[in-house]
Design a protein around this ligand. Structure first.
Ligand code: SF4
Length: 72
């Protein structure tokens, strides 16, 4: 698949989040460089804008992203 269009600015991809999980490299390969359509950060960014993406939201936190988007 394709690389996420946000890799050059994304705090997660740029290693600028306060606490990077030990599996960050695996998440980058899975989400950022392959299947970004399921990335929690991207989901929130596209619906609410980049200002509303929590600083500590990781790409694999889709449940949290859906809650932020108002899912029951
Ligand atoms: S964490 Fe999500 S938004 Fe950021 S570069 Fe990776 S896929 Fe894109």
């Amino acid at each position: 698949m394709d690389q996420c269009p946000g890799v050059s600015t994304c705090p997660f991809y740029m290693d600028r989040m306060a606490a990077m999980p030990t599996m960050a490299g695996m998440m980058k390969r899975h989400f950022c460089l392959d299947d970004y359509s399921h990335c929690a950060r991207l989901m929130v960014k596209e619906k609410l804008g980049k200002e509303r993406v929590p600083a500590d939201l990781y790409p694999n936190q889709s449940v949290r992203a859906k809650q932020l988007l108002g899912a029951p």
